[in-house]
Design a protein around this ligand. Structure first.
Ligand SMILES: Nc1ncnc2c1ncn2[C@@H]1O[C@H](COP(=O)(O)OP(=O)(O)OP(=O)(O)O)[C@@H](O)[C@H]1O
Ligand SMILES: [Mg+2]
Length: 239
């Protein structure tokens, strides 16, 4: 039995109040186990970004309960939730969110220093992480000197460098061409370990084959959950 890293029960989210209230999540329950890659799919406006923000402790639900890495974050203060995020979570976004003036290495090491790592350790981890995503020869390149796929790999390296139990991604391939997008997904898939899970929000059906589970949401509700059998040895071993 794998540990459950995310457990959401009956989540609801309403933006605004009174006549302007918009009910975006209408009772969502889901689990993400360690060792799995889960895709959260649904049409534009269905509440995917809202849901992932709530699961990652960035936004409070209107109702419902969330356990993140074994902690009931509904019961924690903002500072305690921030500490869970800092120690256990990594994030990858559609637009990379890299600092343009910093090198690939500094983009990662500066974040690690903010998380509390000593400068030398931060640098060593940043170097290791960039090597792991195949960018060991791009340490001093700035984002403007990297391709879209390379920028996303720096962002993945940044997410990995703190050795998170959970990686959250929102439309991580939306800005990339097909072959680059699939290579980025191969790379993310390879980061799933028995202790780690990855949850990715997307409306790109080409990504389904990388997932262990695909959760479809529509209009703020889960409409289906599909388990996908992964080949032992990964996608590259398939014909
Ligand atoms: N801060 C906010 N205040 C009010 N309404 C919001 C807010 N954020 C999102 N919404 C509304 O909530 C709904 C869901 O938005 P959300 O961003 O979660 O959708 P999504 O599934 O991620 O869409 P997309 O695929 O286009 O990114 C939308 O109708 C949106 O207008
Ligand atoms: Mg979104």
């Amino acid at each position: 039995m794998s540990a459950v890293l995310v457990r959401a029960e009956a989540l609801k989210k309403t933006y605004g109040t009174g006549a302007l209230a918009v009910s975006v999540l209408r009772g969502i329950s889901l689990e993400v186990e360690a060792g799995s890659l889960v895709l959260l799919m649904g049409p534009s406006g269905s509440g995917k970004t809202t849901l992932v923000s709530i699961l990652a402790g960035l936004l409070r639900p209107t109702a419902g309960r969330i356990e993140l890495c074994g902690r009931d974050i509904s019961a924690l203060s903002e500072a305690q939730v921030a500490a869970v995020r800092r120690h256990h979570l990594g994030f990858v976004f559609q637009t990379y969110n890299l600092f343009p003036a910093l090198s690939a290495l500094e983009n990662i090491s500066e974040v690690l220093k903010m998380k509390g790592f000593a400068p030398r350790e931060a640098r060593r981890r940043a170097q290791d992480a960039l090597a792991r995503v195949g960018l060991g020869d791009r340490l001093s390149h700035r984002p403007g000197e990297l391709s879209g796929g390379q920028k996303q790999r720096v962002a993945i390296a940044r997410a990995l460098a703190g050795d998170p139990a959970l990686i959250f991604g929102d439309e991580v391939t939306a800005a990339l061409d097909t072959s680059t997008a699939l290579r980025v997904m191969d790379l993310l898939r390879a980061q799933v370990t028995p202790e780690r899970a990855i949850l990715i929000v997307t409306h790109d059906r080409r990504l389904e084959k990388y997932a262990d589970r695909v959760i479809h949401i529509e209009d703020g509700r889960v409409v289906s959950t599909t388990e996908v059998a992964q080949q032992p040895g990964g996608l590259e071993a398939q014909p």
